[in-house]
Ligand binder design. Structure first.
Ligand code: GDD
Ligand code: MN
Length: 391
């Protein structure tokens, strides 16, 4: 048998795998992102090949390698298996998710299945995922958290970490989805359509789940194994990326609500800055009045910078001096609104004066909302060219 000869997919002879596989139709394209997986790719391809041969699945494998220094791409090309393998070496826009997205674009099967190379996703389980999409599911997850599934998170810390990460994704993915973070999933290729996928970090499956809104999502249990060889690339930076990705998805799904909550969270950070600066200045024997001025100004600057970067990132292109001037005006107006409302309520309801905090809270809430609306529409208004397209 020739290297990677596609015996399952086509009867006609061909001189090269690519020539042959482009002439064939596949039921399934398996996309495998790789970075330094030379120690795993031969066994992975052999096991995939064995299972698809046994089941007569017309299938291609796309190895999406980011020019791994350990020679993963070459190793993959040299493995002698019965399934057609296309090795695509990427040099630009490296990363797990972009590699998977490129793999999905290059796929030719009716269904696309994404899995890791390190054998944590048992290749034999791909049959269960395929059966589910064949049966009409739009999106199928190889799940650790449905009955029959297992995860390899043995320490309490890792289990909590994983559960918390899953919990944060639940409003986006829907409560019925138990393992939205999985990297082992399968879907009809036409589910993606014109959807623009641009995840930050690892969770490409979550991105598809949220943005393509599959109606019929199913989970099949898998036994999530331990990495065979090499090292995981999951590190602290990946976890920060995950939070950024979640924020982006929430913003995509509920733009105004997410922006409003982010604005309030920034306000809370501003309060901490205010109190910290105040404590430092009081410790340095500043007068209360002078310390108050500096701490309030610090908080306003901090809020301005965070809102510009995090709450309204699309407005970053605008002139910052103009944005700052409007933001200051909005804050002053907010101060006036806060004062007026709490004062008015305090004087209107004398019987409630011993609960004066309630008037203060009402002032704070109304002022915060007005600050948000004015900041969004004036200080950080989008340039006409940056208005998001309504789809
Ligand atoms: N092309 C490419 N480029 N592939 C990459 C890159 C990259 O920059 N980084 C990682 N990969 C490949 C790895 O070679 C492996 O095949 C797969 O992506 C997963 O990488 P791991 O480093 O093994 O990730 P993990 O085990 O920590 O995370 C996996 O499990 C999580 C569930 O616990 C991933 O599947 C996650 O998506 C999943 O959420
Ligand atoms: Mn892994």
């Amino acid at each position: 048998m020739t290297k990677n000869s596609p015996t399952l997919s086509c009867d006609r002879p061909a001189s090269s795998v690519d020539a042959l596989s482009s002439a064939c139709t596949f039921e399934l394209s398996i996309v495998v992102p790789t970075f330094n997986e030379a120690g795993n790719i031969p066994e992975l391809l052999r096991r995939i090949s064995r299972v698809v041969t046994e089941r007569s699945i017309r299938c291609e494998v796309l190895v999406m390698d980011d020019s791994s220094p350990d020679g993963t791409a070459q190793t993959a090309r040299e493995v002698d298996v019965a399934v057609p393998v296309r090795v695509i070496e990427r040099t630009a826009d490296r990363g797990l998710s972009p590699a998977v997205i490129d793999g999905i674009s290059a796929a030719r099967g009716d269904f696309v299945l994404v899995m890791d190379a390190d054998l944590q996703h048992p290749p034999e389980s791909l049959v269960d995922l395929l059966e589910a999409v064949r049966g009409g599911a739009d999106f199928v997850i190889g799940s650790r958290y449905v009955p029959g599934g297992t995860s390899n998170e043995f320490t309490i810390y890792r289990r909590l970490n994983s559960r918390l990460a899953t919990l944060l994704a639940t409003p986006l993915a829907g409560r019925s989805v138990r393992d939205p973070m999985a990297g082992f999933f399968c879907f009809r290729r036409d589910l993606i359509g014109q959807t623009e996928l641009n995840p930050v970090g690892y969770k490409i499956g979550l991105e598809v789940l949220v943005k393509c809104r599959p109606e019929n999502v199913q989970e099949v249990p898998i036994r999530f194994g331990t990495r065979n060889a090499g090292d995981s690339k999951m590190d602290f930076a990946q976890q920060v990326d995950y939070l950024k990705h979640l924020h982006r998805l929430y913003q995509w799904r509920w733009p105004t609500g997410t922006q409003c909550l982010t604005f309030f969270a920034v306000g809370a950070v501003g309060m901490v800055v205010d109190l910290t600066v105040m404590a430092l200045l009081m410790y340095s024997h500043w007068s209360f009045g002078a310390a108050r001025v500096l701490s309030i100004v610090s908080a306003i600057f901090c809020n301005f910078l965070l809102n510009r970067r995090v709450t309204f990132p699309d407005a970053v292109q605008g002139r910052s001096d103009k944005q700052l001037a409007i933001f200051l005006a909005v804050c002053v107006l907010g101060l006036g609104i806060n004062w007026s409302i709490s004062n008015a309520l305090y004087n209107l309801f004398p019987a409630w004066q011993s609960y004066y905090q309630l008037s203060c809270i009402a002032g704070i809430v109304v002022a915060s909302l007005s600050n948000f609306i004015l900041s969004r529409n004036f200080a950080f208004a989008l340039q006409p060219s940056k208005q998001p397209e309504v789809s």
